[in-house]
Write a protein that binds this ligand. Structure first.
Ligand code: CMC
Length: 430
């Protein structure tokens, strides 16, 4: 029970007391669930700018201070010392695993990496030039047609098997979307390899020869997966929760999340960054492009800049900026696009427009450059984001299902359409 309350004084002299709940970190929340029954009004908050849609113990972000914690652990420490699979365990189960727990988890994920042979037919049904995110939405949704044995969302074992299946199969599904696009044979996963290594082999390997994994590339990819693993109630995670609140199966929910992630204001931003750098062409055009970004009459925005939550800096961008330089150095790549990106960053950070609006480079600004350097095609960038984010989606889905008072999500609205009117036959309409 809440000891604190928030009083609302209405025009008719009535007073409504609303309970206030504290979290362990971050702002308190006012519980407005009884507001309508007591005061007859809804709250209006399009885009959820000031609304906590749920209670969660998974991830904390302090956008003003640039803090990101997974289950309390700073992202900087996890990115430096942990691995993506260990972070998956942490996000799903709440604690870092012991050696024994981790061995069991890794074994389970490794043993679930193959996908049903029947799913191959799905790939052949797509146009060869289909966007890989379109393929992901379709194939991940279709998993529910192949794994009925784990679809009882009220059974904790079923939920866990589905979660492991999703984390394990995502690299295979993603790599096969690349293979299909390139007209190359699908490669099956290898149990000898780690998570990122397996993805790299299934993507870039061919059956005709051995594929040697570059450890620098595998490490950078693993780090990208860690940085993207969760980000509390972002648009795609909220979509997964909303879809899950109806009782939909986890494969359908994650497929809905993938669809949401596709948008350029969300996961599509890293792809948009590379397209933007291509369009800018060279460093001689940096001034013009900054002018365009600052022009209120021009819809152009600098892709990879700004964030709904981080209004200081994106801590993931700091880590990935460093990783970006390491990868380019170790691969010996001297990329003019990186120089262009650095010039854009340098120039934008000095501009009053960007300073006043607290617009800083976000994680996508740099992840696109790393992905390009390791050979991932631009249209696969958002797929890489989806791969990393799968564990976040499934962890939130599991947390939501376990809630005692979980109800179907159903926002209300401020209706501004026509008031009631009578139907007119077509002959008398003007
Ligand atoms: N370039 C130029 N101006 C910008 C930009 C930008 N990238 N982002 C915001 N602004 C301006 C915007 O025009 C507005 O100006 P004014 O106050 O004069 O009207 C002001 O900054 C506030 O913008 P907003 O749209 O109200 O801010 P928001 O918090 O709602 O938007 C955002 C966040 C990420 C949608 C937006 O910054 C954006 O479109 N960025 C580019 C796309 C991008 O990089 N998205 C990836 C987000 S990070 C990945 C993830 O976590 O999913």
């Amino acid at each position: 029970m809440s000891e604190e309350s928030y009083s609302l004084h209405l025009e008719d002299g009535k007073q409504v007391k609303l309970p206030v709940y504290p979290g362990t970190l971050g702002p308190k929340v006012v519980d407005i669930r009884k507001l309508y029954s007591q005061a007859g009004v809804f709250t209006f908050d399009p885009g959820f700018l000031a609304t906590a849609s749920c209670e969660s113990k998974i991830t904390f972000i302090d956008g003003e201070k640039g803090v990101l914690l997974y289950r309390g652990y700073p992202i900087e420490q996890l990115a430096e010392h942990s691995s993506h699979l260990e972070v998956c365990y942490l996000l799903m189960y709440g604690e870092l695993p012991t050696a024994e727990q981790f061995a069991g988890f890794r074994e389970s994920i490794t043993r679930h990496t193959m996908i049903h042979e029947g799913l191959k037919n799905f790939y052949n049904g797509f146009r060869r030039d289909a966007h890989p995110m379109a393929v992901m939405v379709g194939v991940v949704g279709a998993l529910s047609a192949f794994y009925h044995d784990s679809l009882d969302i009220h059974n904790p074992e079923h939920r866990e098997i589905s979660a492991h299946r999703l984390i394990a199969k995502m690299p295979t599904i993603a790599a096969w979307s690349y293979k299909f696009f390139h007209g190359q044979p699908f490669l099956y996963p290898s149990n000898k390899l780690g998570y990122a290594e397996n993805f790299l082999r299934m993507t870039f390997g061919v059956p005709a020869e051995e594929y040697e994994v570059n450890p620098v590339v595998a490490k950078a990819l693993d780090q990208i997966f860690i940085l993207h693993a969760d980000h509390e109630q972002n648009a795609s995670t909220s979509t997964v929760r909303l879809a899950g609140s109806s009782g939909a199966n986890p494969f359908a929910c994650i497929s809905a999340g993938i669809g949401t992630l596709w948008g350029p204001a969300h996961g599509g931003a890293n792809e948009a960054v590379l397209k933007m750098l291509d369009q800018i062409g060279g460093i001689e055009n940096v001034d013009t492009v900054i002018d365009r970004a600052e022009d209120a009459d021009d819809p152009f925005r600098l892709m990879g800049f700004g964030h709904r939550v981080y209004k200081n800096f994106d801590p993931r961008a700091v880590i990935i900026r460093d990783a970006c330089h390491k990868v380019l150095d170790s691969l010996g790549i001297d990329d003019p696009q990186l120089e262009l990106a650095m010039r854009l960053e340098e120039k934008a950070l000095k501009e009053d427009y960007f300073i006043e609006r607290k617009l800083y480079p976000n994680v996508d600004f740099y992840s696109g450059i790393i992905l390009k350097a390791i050979g991932i095609p631009t249209n696969m960038f958002t797929v890489m984001f989806a791969l990393g984010r799968t564990v976040g989606w499934i962890s939130h889905w599991m947390e939501m299902i376990k809630e005692k008072d979980s109800v179907i999500g159903r926002p209300r609205q401020l209706y501004t359409g026509p008031t009631e009117r009578d139907y007119q036959p077509i002959t008398s309409r003007r």
